[in-house]
Write a protein that binds this ligand. Structure first.
Ligand code: B1M
Length: 210
């Protein structure tokens, strides 16, 4: 639909004023937040990701697109839970310690929210102990770890090892993702699953929580 295309285009162009205005307009028109997310924001950011991979976009374009996405997300986020988006369960996500890359993780979080999960996003550069503390506090059964640096991805193993050593958290499932990872690495650190992209993360979450 044209209104969603306009929103997607504002993300692709990195126009944070426009993305915020369109999101607000759609909310005022009582368009469900989950529809704004799934039909406007996520497709827009998907295009940005593809253009980046194809070397059609460079870092500045990715960063301003992420800023435009955040501006619109700030409008719809409070409404996502009201639209029934928490019914499938809670998932904690975060980028591991000493890693500040959060664009992909945010995309994964958006997709999970759009897929009906209540996402608790701990942000980036999250120490292993913080994951464990929040898992216990919120009683979650699944966490998602992101890493973009070859030097930080080992931090995922640290989280998994701590969880496995504690009988309170031994059954918590861990899914991992990020550009330097692959299935083989995920298996080697004892992760329960690996997803190469944000939509794969939604399928994997559903599998791991079933
Ligand atoms: Co950084 N950086 N960066 N960086 N950066 C990379 C990762 C790098 C590959 C660039 C390069 O050299 N070619 C390189 C890493 C090399 C390596 O480890 N071998 C690198 C480096 C070296 C660094 C610094 C060390 C640079 C420096 O300061 N010297 C520094 C580190 C800072 C730190 O974290 N401590 C740094 C800093 C930065 C910026 C701050 C400038 C910025 C981050 C901004 C931000 O995130 N807020 C940045 C960016 C943007 C990049 C690149 C260009 C793009 C990453 C990105 O956002 N991609 C990146 C180059 C590249 O990836 N080709 C690079 C778009 C995003 C949608 O994709 O994150 O892959 P991605 O997420 C995907 C999938 O991976 C997957 O789904 C997402 C959507 O499809 N996925 C998951 C991600 N997490 C998942 C979790 C899941 C499932 C799927 O389940 C839980």
């Amino acid at each position: 639909m044209a209104k969603y295309q306009e929103l997607a285009d504002s993300i692709i162009k990195g126009d944070n004023v426009k993305s915020k205005d369109i999101a607000q307009k759609l909310v005022d028109e009582r368009v469900p937040a989950v529809e704004i997310l799934n039909d406007g924001l996520v497709p827009g950011m998907d295009v940005v990701g593809k253009k980046f991979k194809a070397n059609e976009f460079y870092l500045p374009e990715v960063l301003i697109a992420a800023r435009a996405m955040k501006a619109a997300m700030d409008i719809i986020k409070p409404l996502l839970s009201e639209s029934g988006a928490e019914t499938k369960g809670k998932i904690i996500i975060g980028t591991v310690k000493e890693d500040n890359h959060d664009i992909g993780k945010n995309l994964v979080g958006m997709r999970l929210e759009g897929g009906g999960y209540n996402v608790i996003d701990l942000g980036a550069d999250v120490p292993a102990e913080k994951f464990v503390e929040e898992i216990k506090k919120n009683g979650v059964k699944l966490i998602g770890l992101s890493a973009l640096l070859t030097t930080t991805m080992i931090g995922m193993k640290t989280v998994i090892d701590i969880l496995k050593a504690d009988k309170e958290t031994v059954d918590v499932k861990v899914m991992v993702g990020g550009a330097p990872l692959n299935q083989e690495y995920a298996d080697s650190i004892g992760a329960d699953g690996y997803a190469p992209d944000a939509s794969g993360a939604v399928d994997l979450a559903s599998e791991l929580l079933s």
